[in-house]
Design a protein around this ligand. Structure first.
Ligand code: SF4
Length: 325
């Protein structure tokens, strides 16, 4: 029944999802290099759940020919794309030869799209990793705390990754990288929203010198119950950190559905493969009514493509299984 809906299985078209409207990137074509969550961290706010095994060992997880073929197929449909964004189920810099992936995107699209890499910053201390990121246009590295104990508490990194290493990597990246760097900080109530945390972050920011700082708030079901700080604390943090800090607004919120691939069911499946979502989340992301989303979800439930889970007292939808490539 999935096939009659035109839904492509992950094995057929596995590396890309979207384009989906992103709070910061406009229409973002997502690239997910991993077939299952693989990360050097196990953040308490991770929407993919805790990492079963953390690793810093890099490996090849992409068949470059299939990747290129899939990207060419997507471009044939001339979707509106602002960014091609490499992130997905885990830490993308764990993929060896990331430069080949970025280069393939640039060559196939004739440099039409900007390439963004979202990273947890854990491997940036390695020169080779920074070298491989050189061709990207935008890097969004995260740094959730500049207090080593809080960094460990939030990100729960592999033993070999200490805060100092992450800071060294980020400052080296700034010196070498010619593109834009938007530092991302996830603010969590009672954990990293204090004045002391803000002051420590400000010192780190002075070294890293990012072009922008985005203060994120937990909105999706995380691995562990975490809450958004009060507006007062968010504002205090923002002021202490400096002028370049902001809480990004949702550019995609009211974007018309007609700008998307008409196959909404496929879009929904792509989206919830990466993050559990409520009906309201999906209605907001895809810019259409709750009723319309509910109808699609009913169909997908009926066909056993998705299932319901309760998180934070709210009904969320997730994929029924995660097919391997
Ligand atoms: S939030 Fe990102 S960095 Fe943290 S565990 Fe999840 S995938 Fe890894």
């Amino acid at each position: 029944m999935g096939e009659s809906l035109g839904i492509k299985k992950r094995g057929d078209m596995g590396y890309f999802y979207g384009p989906v409207p992103s709070r910061r990137l406009g229409f973002s074509l997502g690239v997910d290099l991993m077939s299952e969550k693989t990360c050097s961290f196990s953040c308490i706010y991770c929407q993919l759940g805790f990492s079963k095994k953390r690793t810093t060992r890099r490996f090849e997880c992409v068949n470059l020919n299939s990747f290129k073929h899939e990207f060419k197929e997507i471009l044939k449909h001339k979707k509106h794309i602002d960014y091609v964004t490499i992130s997905g189920s885990g830490e993308p810099t764990l993929h060896k030869n990331l430069d080949k992936i970025i280069s393939a995107i640039k060559t196939i699209s004739h440099n039409k799209y900007q390439v963004c890499v979202i990273t947890n910053s854990s491997l940036l201390y390695r020169r080779q990793v920074r070298q491989e990121l050189k061709q990207a246009d935008l890097i969004i590295p995260s740094l959730d705390s500049a207090v080593p104990a809080t960094f460990r508490k939030i990100n729960r990194p592999c033993k070999s990754i200490q805060f100092e290493k992450v800071l060294t990597g980020l400052t080296a990246l700034r010196k070498e990288f010619k593109g834009k760097i938007w530092l991302e900080v996830m603010l969590l109530k009672g954990i990293n929203d204090s004045l002391r945390e803000a002051q420590a972050m400000q010192k780190a920011v002075n070294l890293i010198k990012p072009d922008r700082i985005h203060l994120n708030l937990p909105v999706r079901p995380p691995a562990k119950k975490v809450l958004s700080p009060s507006k007062k604390n968010i504002e205090r943090f923002r002021k202490v950190v400096g002028d370049t800090a902001s809480v990004p607004f949702n550019r995609g919120k009211n974007i018309e559905l007609k700008r998307f691939d008409p196959n909404l069911a496929e879009q929904i499946l792509s989206y919830i493969a990466r993050r559990p979502a409520t009906v309201k989340d999906l209605a907001s992301v895809f810019g259409c009514g709750v009723k319309k989303i509910e109808n699609f979800l009913l169909l997908l439930l009926h066909n056993c493509r998705i299932r319901e889970i309760i998180r934070g007292k709210k009904k969320h939808y997730i994929l029924n299984d995660k097919r391997k490539r």
